[in-house]
Design a protein around this ligand. Sequence first.
Ligand SMILES: N[C@@H](CCC(=O)N[C@@H](CS)C(=O)NCC(=O)O)C(=O)O
Length: 213
Amino acid sequence: MNYPVLYSFRRCPYAIRARLALRASGIRVAIREVVLADKPAALRQVFARATVPVLVVNQTEVIGESLDIMLWALQQYDPQGWLPVDATLMAESRRLIAANDGEFKQALDRYKYADRFPEQPQAFYRVEAERFLALLEKRLVQSPYLLCERLTLADMAIFPFIRQFANVERDWFEQSPYPQLRRWLASLLRSPLFVSVMVKYVPWREGDPVVIC
Ligand SMILES: N[C@@H](CCC(=O)N[C@@H](CS)C(=O)NCC(=O)O)C(=O)O
């Protein structure tokens, strides 16, 4: 069988969101774990930017954006109803995800790698990132998940990044003024789905046997 090929990196939040959607959709892929410092030539050949995740379908269609991989999978099979049917809710999901991938991700990178951005102290970047956390907290006071009573695309696309934020200064996060965010994150991290997509694979090399996940 000709499985789609997923270039992935276990801890990358973009790759995690792609794996979550693929797993939720039930679409199986041949996974190729990538070492970012030593990217395989095959990845560069299919996708010059060589970021992960990248999904190659039928050896020709290349999807190099994590959100597009999520949508590609869920538009085919969405047994848990992650895609909002309502157009307004879908537009709201896209806005939230864009805020995550834009302003929040930039602040997160500076907070996580503060030594590379010595213009400001680490706490400055944390405060910048907190604007997004406060927005999520407000939503999570109103409903158990970001958009509504149920888990949807926005939760799954965003929580891998909040996980990364929480891990930068775990003690700070545990006492931060975002109790609903902590509750939400903890429940998603405990979910069998998340645990199942965090299985470790040895880095892929050309010629290795296919590993289906
Ligand atoms: N917009 C892309 C971003 C993907 C991305 O930046 N992934 C990081 C890893 S978390 C990466 O591949 N960085 C390239 C590198 O480190 O060379 C997406 O949504 O998939």
